[in-house]
Design a protein around this ligand. Structure first.
Ligand SMILES: Cc1cc2nc3c(=O)[nH]c(=O)nc-3n(C[C@H](O)[C@H](O)[C@H](O)COP(=O)(O)OP(=O)(O)OC[C@H]3O[C@@H](n4cnc5c(N)ncnc54)[C@H](O)[C@@H]3O)c2cc1C
Length: 441
């Protein structure tokens, strides 16, 4: 096993894959370290089977590697015949995504290490010098000129001494969910009778479940799903309250999540009509679905004011238009046990007038990928620097691809030009390179 690389990317979710592929295509000798046995993060091991919108309702907003992945995954779904990326959420098969990402990294020449966890870092002043990683053959030290943290939780940044944004005293962390897959559902009833399971439809089985005293232990009305294969639906359902950076807390969440997936399957048998009468719980996710954990303190904090002003930045490396999607806190679950209660809760949410209309978006500044106190480390994906409200929007997979590709492209330029501080990068050159590779700024 080689010990020294140009670039080390920690975490192979959407952000990590985009970062590693962009850097390798840009000529950097790149090691991608991933703790599970596949790439894709929440999209595969987490069983999140839908892309949030890649368009702003009028045009494509996330190009580059993210769009390439979406085109490759949707080609397998019979419902989409063209390579045009549709507006709105796009379902995909998490199992097929694994293969798409394997082919993507291998064709780019990225060196991947699965079943390897980044567990420490050594720094000298503002420079990250080495990462410690553990796997089957023991504890290893790897070194590189540049590093990108795509662990979702900012693990590498944390080990390297980066600061994180402190939560406000009354702030509630968004709940996670353990996603699961049901097979043997009746696709005709699912599509045309039940019309999916989302609570926005008053006929969703979730409202029957919420009203049924046998299922009083199912606390959350969160029940979204998509067809991701023949008679197969991926569920993003239930809410779990845990700390994603505390292994004991994550362990409890996995126990609770599997129990809840089984309870929801039983409830759907009883309350979901023909669509779910014979449904089989085929799989629960091997990774706990984490919506929110740590965000680094970067060289700029993207705020709600920026989002509302649809602000652009001289160092924009991509664009975002996803709505501010903040999941219910625990104390709101009781109110949301009926369709009317949930509607009232939605009306109370202040974000209705914040959200982007068709054709609207804001810039994503490069500075939110740069930890304030480290020069040769970038972050991408879920752990970038933004306030709580903007995080509700920025946290989804199209943005993870966009920030990942920008970080990887920046790292390749730093390596090519022998720069050891991302603050010294020529931002115009980075932007030009991104545009040439299909990014939309
Ligand atoms: C329940 C749920 C539903 C969601 N629904 C949607 C949706 O419908 N559409 C959408 O677009 N987005 C959705 N999201 C958001 C989105 O999936 C994530 O925010 C996104 O995947 C973040 O990408 P990422 O690459 O930053 O991190 P992740 O996808 O979390 O990937 C991080 C990767 O790093 C690895 N890793 C972590 N720590 C280490 C370490 N120390 N060493 C080595 N490897 C490590 C992990 O194994 C993982 O593969 C959802 C999220 C959740 C939790």
């Amino acid at each position: 096993m080689k010990q020294s690389y140009d670039l080390i990317v920690a975490g192979g979710g959407p952000a990590g894959v985009a970062a590693a592929v962009a850097a390798a295509r840009g000529g950097a000798d790149t090691l991608l370290i991933e703790h599970t046995g596949c790439l894709g993060g929440m999209g595969t091991s987490g069983l999140v089977g839908a892309w949030c919108p890649f368009t702003d309702g009028k045009r494509l907003l996330h190009g580059g590697i993210g769009a390439e992945v979406v085109r490759r995954t949707t080609r397998q779904l019979a419902c989409l015949e063209s390579t045009e990326i549709p507006h709105g959420h796009i379902p995909f098969d998490p199992e097929y995504l694994k293969l798409v990402l394997d082919e993507l990294v291998r064709s780019a020449g990225v060196q991947v290490l699965f079943h390897t966890v980044v567990a420490g870092a050594e720094t000298e002043g503002r420079k990250l010098r080495r990462v410690t990683a553990a796997n089957k053959s023991g504890i290893h030290k790897f070194e590189a000129r540049c590093y990108i943290d795509c662990t979702g939780d900012g693990d590498l940044a944390g080990f390297a001494g980066a600061e994180f944004i402190e939560p406000q005293p009354d702030e509630e962390t968004m709940p996670g969910s353990l996603c699961f897959v049901l097979s043997n559902i009746d696709s005709y009833s699912y599509t045309h009778v039940t019309r999916g399971t989302f609570g926005g439809n008053p006929a969703s089985p979730i409202w029957t479940i919420m009203a049924d005293p046998r299922y009083a232990d199912i606390e959350s009305m969160h029940l979204t799903s998509n067809l991701v294969g023949p008679a197969t639906a991926a569920f993003n359902a239930g809410h779990l309250y845990f700390d994603a950076t505390d292994p004991e807390s994550v362990t409890q969440a996995m126990f609770q999540g599997r129990k809840l997936a089984n309870r929801l399957t039983e409830a759907l048998h009883d309350c979901g009509g023909a669509a779910f009468a014979a449904a089989h719980l085929a799989q629960t996710a091997s990774l706990a679905g984490v919506r929110e954990s740590r965000r680094i303190r970067g060289r700029y904090e993207l705020t709600l004011a920026d989002y509302r002003a649809r602000r652009d930045f001289p160092d924009s490396i991509g664009r975002n238009c996803y709505y501010v999607d903040v999941h219910q806190g625990k104390h709101k679950q009781k109110q949301c046990r009926t369709y009317e209660g949930w509607q009232a809760y939605m009306r109370e949410m202040p974000n209705a007038d914040w959200n982007c209309g068709p054709g609207e978006s804001h810039g994503i500044p490069f500075r939110i990928l740069q930890p304030e106190k480290l020069d040769n480390l970038l972050v991408a994906g879920r752990c970038v620097c933004c306030d709580k409200a903007v995080f509700g929007s920025l946290r989804v997979m199209p943005n993870a691809f966009t920030t990942g590709e920008a970080a990887g492209t920046a790292a390749a330029l730093m390596i090519r030009d022998n720069i050891d501080d991302s603050g010294k990068l020529n931002i115009e050159e980075l932007r030009t390179e991104l545009i040439q590779n299909g990014a939309i700024l």
